[in-house]
Write a protein that binds this ligand. Structure first.
Ligand SMILES: Cc1cc2nc3c(=O)[nH]c(=O)nc-3n(C[C@H](O)[C@H](O)[C@H](O)COP(=O)(O)OP(=O)(O)OC[C@H]3O[C@@H](n4cnc5c(N)ncnc54)[C@H](O)[C@@H]3O)c2cc1C
Length: 390
């Protein structure tokens, strides 16, 4: 029988590294699989983090290895908004401090064993057994491509998840679809790379309003949690994922919708407004391949000819899209729509199998989409693993 103490964490992003740090910190043998910070390594090099300093630290059991400690230990200056290379440097430092070795093996199959525990098959031919598995594979594999754009040639349409280099689009006409941070930051980077850029959005183009942040610090802290997801007041609720889980489903979904409405970070505004053509409250209703590029028919009856379409249309995490889950395990996994049903320890209906990060959002709310949610998930998983009350 598999040693039930052994844990494997699948994923070495903020959630996987934090879960590993907590399990390791409790003295449990843990193997971390995945390429460290792989999805972040692939983001556009000029990207700045949307999340503020207070919401961008990874988590370890004693809360030691924060961004503040990184600055104190390394002598690096504090920089905000946080540039992507700076964040990657911090995460490498965190890993060095708080996480056992990371094995870059890729899981191609995960199944549970009849006498307890799990077997993981790696793409390089190796196999591992574990008593507990924490799935922390992030958002990247779940890009949402609306049906209208699904059949277009891939050299003319890219989702922001795959659009990392904008230099090749200098001089091109590019339409960006969406009004969230990814869409608006892609528009800024496209413009700065020399593309003629237009943002087309079904709804308004809004900016996260930070005016209440200038209130007296005590009042600000009352309204906004350090994780800073959502508007005043809601931010405090969203910060407590275990409480969110206990809310009636309708209330939970309403809080999620309110907290993560498409909007751009306030510091992005000056790089987009007056630099990029903005077309809010307008949908693309038809697309055709034209002689050079694409012809877009818009809901206001106007037409655009573009060389490239960039989709900032977000992500739709769906556990059924995890290609490495064995069909038999997937059949027995209780799901609520696309989400695995999870208890308060982020444990699924298959004992010993946990899901953290975006796949836990359905139950624990929007914090799970951000680095700031990694601590709560990691604490719960570790508490379950060592049998602590949590
Ligand atoms: C453009 C963009 C900007 C963002 N900006 C912010 C921000 O500023 N602040 C913020 O809080 N959040 C931001 N996010 C959200 C961010 O993705 C999440 O907060 C965070 O990355 C989630 O961490 P994770 O560990 O769940 O996943 P990831 O960081 O995506 O890590 C996934 C890990 O899983 C591994 N993996 C995947 N499949 C396998 C497999 N089969 N076998 C082994 N390993 C595997 C990968 O190698 C990787 O190590 C942003 C997202 C995007 C797309």
């Amino acid at each position: 029988m598999t040693n039930v103490q052994t844990a494997v964490v699948v994923g070495a992003g903020p959630y996987g590294l934090s879960a590993a740090a907590h399990l390791w910190g409790h003295g449990l043998p843990v193997t971390v699989l995945g390429r460290p910070m792989e999805s972040w390594e692939r983001m556009p090099a000029g990207m700045l983090l949307e999340s503020p300093w207070s919401a961008s630290s990874l988590s370890d059991p004693d809360g030691l290895n924060t961004l503040d400690r990184f600055v104190a230990d390394t002598g690096m200056p504090r920089v905000e908004p946080i540039p992507l290379p700076y964040f990657l440097e911090y995460c490498a430092w965190f890993r060095h401090q708080a996480v056992p070795e990371v094995d870059t093996g890729r899981v191609c199959s995960l199944r549970d064993l009849t006498d307890g525990g799990f077997r993981l098959q790696l793409a390089d031919g190796r196999a591992l057994e574990a008593g507990r598995v924490v799935v922390a594979v992030g958002l990247e594999r779940f890009p949402h491509v609306p049906e209208l754009f699904g059949e277009l040639p891939p050299d003319l349409v890219t989702h922001t998840v795959a659009q990392r280099d904008f230099a090749g689009l200098a001089g091109a006409d590019v339409a960006v679809i969406g009004a969230g941070q990814s869409a608006l930051e892609a528009a800024a980077l496209l413009h700065e790379a020399g593309a003629r850029t237009e943002v087309i959005a079904r709804g308004p183009i809004s900016w996260i309003d930070r005016s209440l942040h200038r209130l007296h610090p005590a009042l600000r802290d009352l309204l906004y949690a350090p994780s800073d997801v959502g508007p005043a007041g809601i931010s405090r609720l969203v910060d407590r994922p275990l409480l969110v889980r206990r809310l009636p489903r309708r209330l939970r979904l309403a809080a999620t919708v309110r907290a993560v409405r498409p909007a751009g970070a306030h510091w992005l505004r000056a790089r987009v407004e007056h630099a990029v053509r903005l077309t809010p409250h307008t949908a693309v209703v038809d697309t055709r391949v034209a002689k050079h590029g694409l012809r877009l028919q818009l809901s206001d009856e106007s037409v655009r000819y573009v060389d490239r379409l960039v989709l900032g249309t977000g992500y739709r995490p769906d556990v059924r899209g995890l290609d490495f889950l064995a069909p038999d395990l997937l059949r027995r996994l209780r799901v609520a729509g696309p989400a695995p049903v999870l208890d308060r320890w982020f444990e699924s209906s298959v004992p010993g199998l946990h899901f953290v990060g975006a796949l836990a959002e359905h139950h624990f709310g929007p914090l799970c989409r951000f680095v700031a949610g990694a601590g709560a998930a990691a604490r719960q998983v570790a508490a379950r693993a060592v049998g602590l009350p949590a």
